[in-house]
Design a protein around this ligand. Sequence first.
Ligand code: PLP
Length: 374
Amino acid sequence: MNFIDLNAQYQILKDDISKRINRVLDSGAYIMGSEIKELESQLAQYAGTKYCVSCSNGTDALLIPLMAWNIGRGDAVFTSPFTFIATAEVIQLLGATPVFVDIDKDTYNIDFEMLEKAIQNVLKEGKLNPKAIIPVDLFGICADYDKINTIAKKYNLLVLEDAAQSFGATYNGNKSCSFGDCAATSFYPAKPLGCYGDGGAIFTNNDELYEKLISIRVHGQGDDKYNNVRIGINGRLDTIQAAILLSKLSIFDKEIAERNRVAKRYTNNLKNILKTPIIFENYSSVWAQYSVLAKSNEERTKIMDLLKEQQIPTVIYYPKPLHLQTAFENLNYNFGDFPISEDISSRIFSLPMHPYLCDSEIDKISNVIFEILN
Ligand SMILES: *Cc1c(COP(=O)(O)O)cnc(C)c1O
């Protein structure tokens, strides 16, 4: 059994993907070929934003907007410690300071009440300038943007949505990547919409920001390639990856429906023996992960070990919250600072999740867990 099954999807799209890749190879436009604009236009339409800027990966999709906003030394950027390293890495890379805020115990996304307290603390201390918030849409579920955007407005902060796991999800009837001043997603192969290498995209409705994003994506170029008006990066998406994404986008909604079928069946099977994901009203998930909570760290180990014996793979997202990572030891956080993130990290694990998981496989996985726990 596979944790995700990219091959099943490839078999369905094989002919179309080959055709599209061959077209790129024949065109010779390996960098910024016509597929790039076509993809950006389709993605912006999908997310409901004015602009989409494709880029090299999800990490650069977070980095480029922060660069466009001139975020750097002395600035505080608020984010979750229960996420992939990239979310906070880009903040520190620019010399700014990640300020972690604990998560909600049910959604695993940033807790808006603690967010406001953290902003007030930074203001009171007077050492850092609060500049931005990076909420993470963890496991495919959007953060609570009504609440977050209200707080952002009150304190005059920018919002960068980390939608690396949530492209295709909805909140209050709007699509992921449409909620902040800017949003970043990833097309890493294992994400709900993935390419066959690294890729990412940035979304915004802001004209001025858009101009800066496309400049920073290509070495801070001005109106000419050899006229550089700011420091940027080499952050383009490959044309071949755009061609692959155009093919995958054609079946994406169908795949989201299948992911929801899988999630629903897992939840029905498991809700009485494990804490299954909670999707509040007005939200729909793209199920980047189907993550469940064991009652204890020992119980998690036992379940994962016995599933492994049955050739059922599981993964822990995430075993160590970012405030406890060596990479951030300069921030001087301690164990106990974010008790919810720490507790969830010690008990959470993710089950196989992909659109091609069949009902009998879901039932088999569920039955093994059921037997372990009874
Ligand atoms: C995957 C991921 C990223 C980074 O995306 P890459 O394309 O791997 O650079 C950032 N944030 C979160 C929450 C992610 O899951």
